[in-house]
Design a protein around this ligand. Structure first.
Ligand SMILES: NC(=O)c1ccc[n+]([C@@H]2O[C@H](COP(=O)([O-])OP(=O)(O)OC[C@H]3O[C@@H](n4cnc5c(N)ncnc54)[C@H](O)[C@@H]3O)[C@@H](O)[C@H]2O)c1
Length: 371
């Protein structure tokens, strides 16, 4: 039997459970160590997944002692870069880091550099790339099933960096990783709102132009219902896609909606219901990571794709800051939203900092430790 890859989890909150779940389902990994500031988070993880791991309240000790093949970085956003850079220095085979890749483009670039110079494969956890409905839509578009794509429309919420980095990544995935050419957007920020300790806007409207012609329109925190998925309008048809299913209308369907509910590599929508997108996404993402380690494929969540998804979000902020159409790449390396607020150009009219994910914190903490 092939030896399993030794995994250490850095940050043992909600989303790290999805990593552990994925590693376990795909069967090619062994979770050997956990690191968290809270012993209780690690104990809960062991209990939930029936693990016997070593616990570290200082993640540096885990990285130094455990000879890990794979490190999952699952802290809040601002911890992604420092911990990925720290983990990369120990030369694991791969790092799977949560999205959004970082809180600034400068920090995200450091992650790419650190992983490159240490020979570490870096993947960013935009796991919806592994959903069969997304891949079916991508393939149908590539085959010309709806003609030339004119518009992809999606609806986000809870700020751009967290929720909508999945969507900017989705646009590129649907378009076979086409490059974004320019971005125009505006934001409203009347309150001092944060999401997992990252400053966010109250609402945003964004247009993304892609090199091969399509454009995407994102309404974030503007309409009541937001969801992961998209409505895609082409010259010869339309696709309406969610995380579980896809409907297509074109001349082959006689102008009627045709429903597809494709099976995943590990599960079917029927057997998993609402768990499908999480279990399938996590397992397929982990499975492809092992294939990447073995040089069979390049992981579809490779760091460069995570970087581009983040760059499109920061291009919206940069467009609002500079009052211009931002031609890619974005050249401002700090977070343009932070810059606007800290320079006094976007002072909250209703002051008082609050974090919409403060409920995730344990004990007496009311703010993240940043890393
Ligand atoms: N891919 C997705 O669909 C998806 C979904 C939800 C969350 N996420 C991402 O996952 C990340 C984590 O979110 P979450 O909801 O799991 O948060 P969480 O608060 O539940 O978990 C974060 C954990 O990190 C720990 N931590 C903080 N600093 C640490 C340090 N220095 N060393 C070790 N551990 C430390 C905390 O104690 C906490 O247990 C976020 O960046 C979020 O955007 C991704």
């Amino acid at each position: 039997m092939t030896a399993k890859y030794r995994v250490g989890i850095l940050g043992c909150g909600g989303m790290s459970r999805n990593h552990v779940n994925g590693y376990q389902i795909c069967g090619r990994y062994e979770i050997v160590a956990l690191a968290d500031l809270n012993e209780s988070a690690m104990a809960e993880m062991d209990g939930r997944f029936n693990l016997a791991t070593k616990h570290y309240t200082d993640a540096r000790d885990m990285l130094a002692n455990e000879n890990l093949d794979v490190v999952s970085v699952c802290t809040w956003h601002s911890g992604h870069a420092p911990w990925t850079v720290t983990a990369a220095a120990h030369k694991p085979k791969a790092i799977l880091c949560e999205k959004p890749m970082a809180d600034t483009l400068g920090a995200a670039e450091q992650m790419l550099v650190a992983c490159r110079r240490n020979g570490v494969k870096l993947a960013i956890a935009h796991q919806r790339r592994f959903l069969p409905a997304y891949t079916l839509a991508k393939n149908l578009i590539a085959q010309g099933a709806i003609g030339q794509v004119h518009l992809i429309q999606s609806f986000g919420g809870d700020g751009l960096p967290n929720y909508s980095s999945h969507q900017t990544d989705m646009y590129r995935y649907l378009l076979s990783d086409d490059e974004c050419e320019w971005v125009m957007g505006n934001i409203e920020r009347k309150t001092d709102q944060y999401e997992r300790n990252t400053r966010i806007e109250d609402a945003a409207l964004c247009v993304f132009q892609f090199k091969s012609g399509p454009r995407a329109l994102l309404l974030s925190d503007l309409v009541p219902n937001h969801y992961q998925g998209a409505k895609i309008f082409g010259s010869d048809g339309m696709i309406d896609m969610t995380t579980e299913q896809l409907m297509i209308m074109n001349k082959d369907t006689g102008g009627k909606w045709e429903l597809h509910e494709p099976d995943g590599k590990f599960f079917t929508v029927k057997e998993k219901g609402q768990r499908f997108e999480w279990d399938e996404g996590a397992a397929a993402q982990a499975d492809e990571l092992a294939d990447w380690i073995e040089d069979k494929v390049v992981h579809r969540g490779q760091g460069q794709n995570g970087y581009k998804a983040l760059q499109m979000i920061h291009a919206v902020y940069e467009s609002a800051r500079m009052h211009e159409k931002v031609i890619m790449p974005v050249r401002t390396r700090v977070n343009p939203l932070d810059l606007m607020v800290e320079s006094g150009h976007l002072t909250p009219e209703r002051p008082g900092r609050y974090d919409i994910r403060a409920f995730l914190l344990r004990g007496e903490r009311m703010a993240s430790d940043n890393q």
